[in-house]
Design a binder for this molecule. Sequence first.
Ligand code: PHE
Length: 349
Amino acid sequence: KEIYQEIEQFNVASKDQLEQFRLRFVGRKGVITELFEGLKNVPQEDRRAVGQELNGLKNFALERFEAFTRTIDEQQSAADSTPPVDLTLPTVPNLTGTQHPLTLVRQRIIQIFERIGFNVADGPEIETDWYNFGALNFPDNHPARDMQDTFFVEKKSATGQDSADDVLLRTHTSNVQIRLMERHSKADTFRPIRSIMPGRVYRNETISARAHCLFHQVEGLYIDRNVGFKDLKDTLYHFVKEMFNKDTRIRFRPSYFPFTEPSAEIDISCQICGGSGCNICKHSGWVEIAGSGMVDPQVLANCGIDPEEYTGFAFGMGVERITQLKYVVNDLRLYTENDVRFLRQFEGL
Ligand code: PHE
């Protein structure tokens, strides 16, 4: 009876336990064999009944043993059929995402100028003709106002109303210059302006490797007493050496903008070929990165600042172009196509 109970309670979950079961109940040195050996001491007349009893017990133990053996075998073969873990395989990549190259470069530009005392100013992307063109001295018939360059949102002149009120997508961030100067000139005491203006701008251009209808500029404006062309040169020399490297050469080329006088375009030695000639610099060794100049006295006056007392310089650069030179990006369209093979190259920068 006790052994029946013991067998029933014996739980077999592993090969080791199966072996223990065998040794205790089934093996030649197990309890049941022992009981069979004791049979010879049982009186003759009882021997038959006890023998039958013991046979029943033995069969019960054997049945249990076989059942346990089957389940343990099944477990074993299930474990064998799961593929082995290859510990040398690379892990599932942890895709963390990355900042867009234009963001990286914009942040670097801001950092360089903030360290020399410029703050960041912002303004609207949907602008009136006055802030985008008029206040900046663009004559009424200037080609930049043309439908071909500018995305108009509302063209009042076409309806015969006040032509100064056309609404458009800004073609440069110079509108923020005007808004800044206006605001400062209206304050009780005029405080100097030393700001940069990063932002999106729009021009109606056919999209190609070299042009896009949407791009990014960072403009700068510095207005104070006694600001001269040397300050403009100093500032931009400093910027170029910080953004690129100490050996980058810089060239100021006379140019024209309606809102600056004198004006200069800024070229740097080509970062791609080092000056030996490539497609980016059209084999000249130089690439244009910015426009600049002394703010035209008329523009200061348009904004209520006395040009007799204050002078200033302004500059404007394209973030796409700077990024192209810094990271050798040969097609502008890569910036907006969201191809992860392109974007991943900027991981960790
Ligand atoms: N606004 C000019 C452009 O978009 C750049 C510029 C800014 C030139 C400031 C001179 C001074 O092309």
